[in-house]
Design a protein around this ligand. Sequence first.
Ligand SMILES: [Zn+2]
Length: 172
Amino acid sequence: MTFVPSLPPDLPAPRPTEIDAPFWQACAEQRLRFQHCPGCGHWQHPPLAQCEGCGAGGLHWDEPPGAPELFAWTRVHAMLHPAVQGHAPYLVAVVGWPQAGNLRLLSNLAETPGDAPAVGRALRLVWETVAGGQPVPRFALLDPSRQTQPPQDRPVRLQEPHHAASSLPAPL
Ligand SMILES: [Zn+2]
């Protein structure tokens, strides 16, 4: 297994706004909390002033149910910021919580097998720090030994368009 080092600990710290300050305050306590609407149950991130689902205000900050999983990822080779000089390539991951609707978090995979991790893989939360000691949430594969196996407990989404296409009339 290839170990991909984490990003450097002196990355610039986040500068919270009035809306996302509760997210970063929770991170400072190494807790992951997202906006959750008490009215319609919608989860959302990044934070907004109102619920994307029903428009209500007064959103709660709750820990999402269930376990995180890998929704999408990409390997970054370019030096997009001076702070990551010498640390590429690194993995940028979109993390999802299937039990929290379309809740997504853009983060990094702190370590990974060198190959392509399969979408749908279970992740574990890893806290790392940036400048000022601010904890930031990052993720690692829950079971790295399974790196070559596809998810076993869910359908392969790529089959769906195939079924849809088979119901169309054949081209002339
Ligand atoms: Zn709502």
